[in-house]
Ligand binder design. Structure first.
Ligand code: FNR
Length: 358
């Protein structure tokens, strides 16, 4: 890694002051704190890949390329949308953008809304494209934003896709959050029609139900990231920013596993995120139909603690392990892992059976 690429060498831009910026700093700090200690158990532990000892293939025959909506991504793994708008966010985005460039994984920004409202925040987003001019970059905005805002977000990052996040649960828990959600579906349709690039709709850790996925398909959405419960928990993060205790809302929502099991066959192409802790979780998600797995909190921690170099090493290792696991189950690609035998146990199985899926 060239010394000039070390994130610490960059003069941190003057971060915008105000509530939005301090919220972004809180999110980074609290998400990082959530990851202290051993990774928590989640529904991915209830997805057991059946080991068939003679099914292995040659690693050289495994391709990490994956088809996602209209694109072919070079890896079935991506850095999910997190941050922007503060000095720490700039440093994190720069480290992760370098890692994305060096490993070829797609990367999403955090919500660009703060930069649309305050141009001083733009540099901390632009760095994602500056460090990775040829990579697959997704700009992120929240539901409720206009098609014009969507285009501005895409322009800022010269993005290949727009991630539109549906975060009603998080907004509800934020004291300063949105309280009006009835216009989100119409707004979403306008953004899909007017963003200028394909739109990936995602949750932020509470899951996309089968009904939601069907509605998204009807709205012309080709790709959806279920982003379920079980990883970074925004109910707990926002609860920690309030004086009253609403931490019980941390149990709200569905896991990524539950969402993948419930997803309609004729829905958008699926991306899995929310609680993807290891390469094995990523491969479990492919076995349940995901085209790629997204990781946010775990890569945030790596970027904060190890900078660009740590992030490059970590993501390189994930890709190597994913290729090995695909070879082990006899899958030449993430898509082929869909025919892997899996046993689903526990609450995820109960949920699937309740909905008539066994
Ligand atoms: C997020 N996430 C997020 N998502 C989004 O669509 N827009 C955003 O601005 C943010 N901001 C954000 C900040 C931080 C610090 C974290 C850790 C996460 C949510 C993220 O994309 C993902 O959906 C969830 O974090 C669940 O994935 P993990 O963290 O369990 O891998």
């Amino acid at each position: 890694m060239a010394a000039e690429n070390a994130p610490g060498r960059v003069a941190a831009p003057v971060p915008p002051a105000g509530l939005a910026a301090s919220r972004k700093e809180d999110h980074i700090r609290l998400a990082h704190e959530q990851r202290r200690g051993p990774a928590a158990r989640n529904d991915f532990d209830d997805v057991e890949i059946v080991h068939h000892a003679l099914d292995g293939i040659d690693i050289d025959d495994v391709s990490l390329e994956t088809r996602v909506g209209p694109w072919t991504w070079s890896a079935p793994l991506y850095i999910n949308g997190m941050t922007g708008g503060t000095g720490t966010a700039h440093t994190v985005n720069r480290a992760l953008a370098i890692a994305a460039r060096e490993t070829g994984v797609p990367m999403a920004s955090g919500s660009v809304g703060i930069a649309l409202d305050d141009p001083a925040a733009a540099a901390s987003f632009r760095v994602i494209r500056e460090e990775n001019p040829d990579g697959f970059v997704m700009a992120n905005i929240g539901a409720g934003r206009s098609a014009e805002d969507a285009r501005r977000a895409v322009d800022l990052l010269q993005a290949d896709a727009l991630q539109l996040h549906l975060n009603a649960v998080q907004e509800t828990i934020m004291p300063e959050g949105e309280r009006s959600f009835s216009g989100w579906m119409r707004g979403l349709e306008e953004v899909v029609a007017g963003a200028g690039v394909p739109v990936i709709v995602k949750e932020v850790g509470f899951g996309l139900s089968g009904r939601t996925l069907r509605r998204l398909a009807e709205a012309g959405v080709q790709v959806a990231d279920v982003s379920g419960r079980g990883g970074t928990n925004f109910a707990r993060i926002e609860a920690a920013r309030r004086s009253d205790d609403v931490s019980y809302l941390g149990t709200f929502g569905q896991s990524a596993v539950a969402c993948l099991l419930e997803a309609p066959a004729e829905g958008p192409d699926l991306l899995a995120s929310g609680g993807v802790r290891t390469p094995l979780d990523a491969v479990r998600s492919y076995a349940l139909g995901a085209r790629a797995a997204g990781v946010a909190g775990p890569f945030l921690t790596v970027a904060l603690e190890g900078g660009a170099e740590g992030a490059v090493d970590e993501i390189t290792a994930w890709l190597a392990r994913i290729a090995e696991l695909l070879a082990l189950v006899g899958a030449r690609s993430a898509q082929e892992a869909l025919s892997t035998d899996v046993l689903v146990r526990g609450a995820a199985r109960e949920g699937a059976q309740l909905r008539g899926i066994d």
